[in-house]
Structures are given as structure tokens and as C-alpha cells.
Write a protein that binds this ligand. Structure first.
Ligand SMILES: Nc1ncnc2c1ncn2[C@@H]1O[C@H](COP(=O)(O)OP(=O)(O)OP(=O)(O)O)[C@@H](O)[C@H]1O
Ligand SMILES: [Mg+2]
Length: 517
């Protein structure tokens, strides 16, 4: 039995859904991740799952592709009940998932990754035939990719294409994309949507997960909204709008807006002078000057891989720049290590949240304690109170303060890290400056708005804020000033209100300002 929903635009009458979850419930210790959820996608349709962090979106997708098994309820493929014991089973039924964290082998080529672990692949690999087929699929669906390129040399956007090609190569007719646009630049998002539409034109069914309402409106035929594991609404995109979707998600009216301050002070709380980072024969950061004043938010825009990561690490003291100087609140911290930078008043939210940000195997309380100055008697009780407050304020979905960080959903682990790093920002005794990579990446609109509010408050209270992000919308909505990073240099810089969107986009692509049409 399929859920009683009208067929999508690509479906012919009487056709069963390509895939359906029927009354699926999934529990984790202390958490009801999905609660009797019905969901289905018709061939030729894009169906978005929308919901706050921890709402159960990834869990639902994981059950649809065979990664998790439902505790109750079942999955149907073309109207027939199927039992999926693994993602391999899912693929045998033509169901493929592209996870937010890619699962490619770095030192293998595109073609090698595509066939790696493919049960249908003949034992003796005909390399040329595989490469031809990969190129062919790329051409057909607008996923240009060199089958012989080695993964480690590809950008994040190109890696995502490889993941999609891999699923198509293995015959997936149902594709699940978990927050695919979180890692893409605006032109890459456009290209992905073209690909999605060429897939639905072929009758494929697409499940799309995203927090960005504009995108959801642009790409989907239908939207299912989840909240705390349950479905709160299912609507056709044609019958809804962003505000309505936001309300379904959060449960009350939401204001979607930005505010820019004019509280900039004369003194500089974070500066880089001539910072250069050379690794072997590669110049990753090339003679960069940045000044962030108290009361100011500066955004570094750019496509990933243009020096953002080494620049942030050099500023935060994680690596020593080859030349140049870094100061925090007037103190020269160059080459003195991350603890010295912290002592001088710098907070740092790195790009890789789990790993250098949070320790997955430690509890939330212990993660809060990690960056406390040593030498005190460790005060677990105050750390626990702090995380408990954060759970409240950030609406972090977790059964408790002693849960391991690895059990949190993508967005919720980010909230924990932000809570730790933003604590006291802008207060007299707190951090004076912060460097934060992609502050709202992966956050639902409520949490994103809350974090934007925190950063704006910190600015009003005189902190210097440096944001680094590939998401141009994010940079523009938060920053007073923008600098575009291209090949380790600042290609364009100016007040946000005075830089046209197109000029920023061109600078990100390496087209000089003067050459712009
Ligand atoms: N392997 C796991 N072990 C324990 N709890 C889990 C596990 N996976 C998910 N959960 C919990 O289930 C709930 C739903 O998580 P899920 O990852 O599906 O959320 P999501 O909607 O994808 O959120 P986000 O937008 O933050 O990615 C969360 O409370 C999460 O902490
Ligand atoms: Mg998720």
C-alpha cells in the first residue's frame, strides 16, 4: 500500500511511487528520530525534505537507501515492499544516496571510484570502457568530469559530481541528495539544478534535502516538512511560499532578514600584515593584509581551495605563516600557537567541525571544557551548566549533556561548537575577535537566524568578526565589508553595499574587476 498522495508532474495515472516510506519509525537511545513517517516520491519528481536540525531528515533518507533499517513500518519500491539490509541492497533496487560527507578514495581516479565496490562490475576491469561510460553519463546529465582525474585534485563541487555519476553508473533511478548545495558556489548550484532536471526528465525520482528556502522553491515539485521526527506538512511547491514553509518548519511566524550596523570603531582587534603561507613549492596564501575593526564584520568570500583554510589557520595560530604578522587585540601572536592566540582574545570556529572543532568521542560537556585554560581545577559543573544553557538557547536536539558529540545530527553538532566559541564574545572579559568558517552552514533557519543575531550582537558590543565562507549569500547577509580570495590573494575588496553581486561572482571565478562586462 502506498500513501494516498496525488502523483507528481512526471507520473502517469495509476503509476506507483518510485519509492515510499510507509509509517516508518526509527529510535536511537533517548531519541525518536522518525515517528511514523509517510513519504513518497514519484518518477520524474523532485521531493524536498525540509526541517530543523535534528528533525530526522538524514535518518529518513538513510532508511530509504538501506543504510538504516526502520524499527517499525517499511519501504516500498514501485509499490512493492522491499527489505533493504544495506546501501548495497538499496543500489540493487536502483536507490542511491549522495551523503553530505563524501565517501570517495582520495588517491584513486574518478573512474576507479565509480566502480569501487560495485557488485555488478566484472572482475576484470575494462578501464577504457569504464572511462567512456563515465564520460557519457557526465555528458548526458550535465556533469562534466574527467574520468582519469585523481580525486585529491578535484574541488568539492567536482567531487559531488563524481558521487552523482557513481550512483547513475550503478543504475540508480532514485537519488537521495543530503544537503548537496551546502558545499557549492552559486554557479555550481545552478549547474546542479540543471542536472537534477535532466534526471527527472529521464523519469528518475529525486529526494532533495536542504535548509535554503529559495533553493527549495526553485528546485522542488513537492516539499515534506518534518519537525521533531514527525511530518508537519506536505505541500506542492506551486501552492506555497518561503514564509509558509518557514512557519511549517519552526511552528510559528519567522522573520527572514538582515541588519547591518554602523558601530565600527577605530581600533583594530584582528590584523594580518603581509601574511604568506608557502607549502613546498606552492604559495597558498600570498602576502595578505586584513584589518578587522572592533564593531565590524568582514567576510572573506571565494571558492574553496583558494587559500581560505591556510589563511584561517595562520590567523588562529594553528600554523606559523612563512612570513608576515598576525595581531589579536594589539598583541603580536605570530607563530605562538593557538593557545597564545586564544589567550590574546581570539575565538576560532574551523571549517572541519568534527576533528579540529569537536572531539566526536567526548561528551558535550567535555567538548565545552576542551578550550578552557588549563591549570585550573577543571570545573565540570560549570561546563555542564553552560552546555545546558546552550541546549536551551540554540535549541540543540540531544537527549542530554553527556551524549557523545558523534551522535548529534550535522546541524546540532555545529550548534555545540558555535556555543562554545561564541560564549562571551563581545563581553569585556570574553574573546575580542572571532574567526568563523561558514557560520550558518547546515543550520536550519531558526538556528541560522539565532547565530546571525549572536554575531551581530557581538559586533554591536565591540568584537571584531571575520567570516570565511563559500556561500556568497551568507557572506553578503552578514558582512559590513567583503574581500574576495582568489589563488591566495585578495582579488576584490569593498563595502558590501557597494560591491555588485556580479563583480563578486566574477572575482571569485578569477576574472579581474576591470575585465567585467
Ligand atoms: N547514529 C545515531 N545515534 C544516535 N542518535 C542519532 C544517530 N543519528 C541520528 N541521531 C539523532 O536522531 C535525530 C535526527 O537526526 P538526523 O541526523 O536525522 O537529523 P537531520 O534532520 O538530518 O538534522 P541536520 O539538519 O542537523 O542534519 C537527532 O536527534 C540525532 O541526534
Ligand atoms: Mg542531516
Amino acid at each position: 500500500m502506498s500513501p494516498a498522495v496525488e502523483a507528481g508532474p512526471g507520473a502517469s495515472p495509476g503509476q506507483p511511487a518510485a519509492i515510499a516510506a510507509v509509517n516508518v519509525t526509527k529510535r536511537f537511545p533517548g531519541v525518536l528520530a522518525t515517528d511514523a513517517v509517510d513519504f513518497c516520491v514519484w518518477p520524474g519528481e523532485v521531493h524536498t525534505i525540509l526541517g530543523e536540525n535534528g528533525a530526522g531528515k538524514s535518518t529518513l533518507a538513510a532508511m530509504l537507501c538501506g543504510l538504516y533499517r526502520p524499527d517499525e513500518g517499511h519501504i516500498e519500491r514501485d509499490g512493492k515492499q522491499v527489505r533493504l539490509r544495506s546501501p548495497r541492497d538499496g543500489l540493487a533496487y536502483g536507490i542511491g544516496m549522495v551523503h553530505q560527507h563524501f565517501r570517495l578514495v582520495d588517491r584513486f581516479t574518478v573512474a576507479e571510484n565509480v566502480v569501487l565496490g560495485d557488485p555488478h562490475q566484472a572482475r576484470i576491469l575494462d578501464r577504457r570502457a569504464i572511462e567512456e561510460r563515465v564520460a557519457e553519463i557526465g555528458e548526458q546529465f550535465g556533469l562534466p568530469i574527467d574520468p582519469r582525474a585523481v580525486i585529491s585534485q578535484l574541488t568539492v563541487g567536482q567531487r559531488q559530481r563524481v558521487e552523482i555519476v557513481k550512483m547513475l553508473y550503478r543504475g540508480a533511478d532514485v537519488l537521495l541528495l543530503d544537503e548537496p548545495t551546502a558545499v557549492l558556489t552559486p554557479p555550481e548550484v545552478e549547474a546542479l539544478f540543471t542536472t537534477v532536471h535532466s534526471m527527472t526528465a529521464e523519469g528518475k525520482a529525486i529526494v532533495f534535502i536542504s535548509h535554503k528556502l529559495g533553493e527549495v522553491m526553485a528546485v522542488s515539485d513537492r516539499v515534506t516538512v518534518m519537525r521533531a521526527g514527525a511530518v508537519t506538512g506536505e505541500v506542492a511547491t506551486a501552492d506555497t511560499n518561503q514564509r509558509h514553509l518557514a512557519e511549517l518548519m519552526v511552528g510559528h511566524p519567522v522573520e527572514i532578514g538582515t541588519r547591518r550596523g554602523s558601530n565600527i570603531r577605530a581600533d583594530v582587534a584582528l590584523s594580518a600584515t603581509g601574511v604568506t603561507v608557502i607549502d613546498g613549492d606552492q604559495t597558498l596564501v600570498d602576502n595578505i593584509d586584513i584589518e578587522v575593526h572592533r564593531g565590524e564584520i568582514v567576510g572573506i568570500a571565494g571558492v574553496s581551495g583558494n587559500g581560505q583554510r591556510p589563511l584561517a589557520r595562520a590567523l588562529a595560530g594553528v600554523i606559523t605563516p612563512t612570513s608576515g604578522h598576525v595581531t589579536v587585540a594589539g598583541a603580536d601572536v605570530t607563530g605562538k600557537g593557538p593557545k597564545a592566540a586564544r589567550r590574546a582574545g581570539l575565538s576560532f570556529v574551523p571549517e572541519d567541525r568534527l576533528g579540529t572543532g569537536l572531539v566526536p568521542g567526548l561528551s558535550l560537556t567535555d567538548n565545552m571544557l576542551l578550550t578552557r585554560p588549563r591549570g585550573f581545577i577543571v570545573d565540570r559543573r560549570s561546563a555542564r551548566a553552560e552546555i545546558a544553557t546552550a541546549i536551551d538557547e540554540y535549541e540543540i536536539k540531544t537527549p542530554g549533556t553527556e551524549v557523545q558529540a558523534r551522535n548529534l545530527s550535522g546541524g546540532n553538532s555545529q550548534k555545540v561548537l558555535l556555543a562554545r566559541e561564541l560564549a562571551g564574545l563581545g563581553d569585556p572579559g570574553g574573546p575580542q575577535a572571532i574567526i568563523v568558517s561558514s557560520p550558518t552552514r547546515g543550520l536550519d533557519i531558526g538556528a541560522a537566524e539565532f547565530v546571525r543575531g549572536l554575531l551581530h550582537d557581538a559586533r554591536e558590543r565591540g568584537a571584531a568578526v571575520l567570516i570565511i565562507s563559500e556561500d556568497l549569500e551568507e557572506v553578503r547577509s552578514l558582512s559590513d565589508r567583503i574581500a574576495v580570495l582568489y589563488r591566495g590573494r585578495i582579488a576584490l575588496e569593498g563595502a558590501t553595499d557597494e560591491l555588485p553581486f556580479e563583480s563578486i561572482g566574477l572575482a571569485m571565478a578569477g576574472v579581474a574587476h576591470e575585465e567585467a562586462p
